[in-house]
Design a protein around this ligand. Structure first.
Ligand SMILES: Nc1nc2c(ncn2[C@@H]2O[C@H](COP(=O)(O)OP(=O)(O)OP(=O)(O)O)[C@@H](O)[C@H]2O)c(=O)[nH]1
Ligand SMILES: [Mg+2]
Length: 246
């Protein structure tokens, strides 16, 4: 049975202090605007309109939470790198995303969605490098190379290989899969990996609730993904924030 088919929308969050308490095990979907994050959530849940999909880049502007009865949450993050929105608006979505990723004790895995035709943009690389310490502390990474239906089989093999090699060169531990929410390539595999990781992370939710510290609101600060990432790191160095699960 698909463990994600019973997911239901919980809440939309526009600032870090509105985040729900960390009383579930979460998997977050991140990536550039318009790469197919919301579509990937729908495909994995085998639902048509759970997360909102749009042709217009920058559609998901809040953090959207979808929860299942067993204490699992899939989290749809706002996209980054969309040039055609005002800088201030972009900065606020990106700060929201980085703030969430930097300080979420119940986050067990990050799905980085990249368009298989244009993977590894500077922002993707920056996010990957920034995630490396979290991954070495046990968080999982699944890279989905989306819209693989637009590639030939050989192109798909080549892009998966080159992304896998890049992760290895940068000492980033993660799984890389071709993915299409249109023709279903990689969907079952992605679902299986996430299910396994969530189980490894310690479901059921009742046991998690007893262990998690209370949620702490925290502003990531900053004017862009770059600045947001720097702010999150320097906050960590100065010891201001420490509740990421080790
Ligand atoms: N061909 C193809 N199109 C896709 C696929 N996944 C998503 N799309 C299309 O890409 C566009 C963006 O999809 P979304 O799922 O809304 O992308 P997103 O990353 O959530 O976008 P933002 O919320 O704006 O950051 C839509 O027109 C989708 O129909 C795919 O696997 N193949
Ligand atoms: Mg979206």
């Amino acid at each position: 049975m698909n463990p994600f088919s019973e997911l239901a929308f919980v809440t939309s969050v526009a600032s870090p202090d509105q985040l729900p308490p960390p009383d579930a095990v979460e998997v977050a979907f991140s990536g550039r605007s318009n790469v197919g994050k919301s579509s990937a959530i729908n495909a994995i849940a085998h639902r048509k309109r759970l997360a909102f999909v749009s042709k217009t880049p920058g559609r998901t502007q809040t953090i959207n939470f979808f929860r299942s009865e067993d204490g699992t949450r899939l989290v749809d993050l706002p996209g980054y790198g969309f040039a055609r929105v005002p800088q201030a608006m972009r900065a606020s979505w990106e700060a929201l995303m980085v703030g969430y990723l930097a300080d979420r004790s119940c986050l067990c895995a990050i799905v980085l969605v990249m368009d298989s035709r244009h993977p590894l943009t500077p922002n993707d690389l920056q996010l990957l490098d920034w995630l490396r310490p979290e991954l070495s502390r046990g968080k999982r990474l699944l890279v989905l190379l989306s819209k693989s239906d637009k590639l030939s089989r050989l192109e798909g093999i080549a892009v998966r290989r080159s992304v896998t090699e890049l992760l290895s060169r940068r000492a980033i531990v993660g799984e890389v899969r071709l993915f299409s929410s249109l023709n279903g390539e990689g969907v079952d595999e992605a679902r299986g990996l996430l299910e396994k990781w969530l189980l490894d992370a310690g479901l059921p939710a009742s046991s998690i609730r007893n262990k998690e510290p209370p949620a702490k609101g925290r502003q990531a600060g900053g004017e862009s993904a770059l600045i947001g990432i720097k702010a999150a790191r320097s906050g960590r160095r100065s010891g201001r924030r420490t509740n990421v699960r080790r």
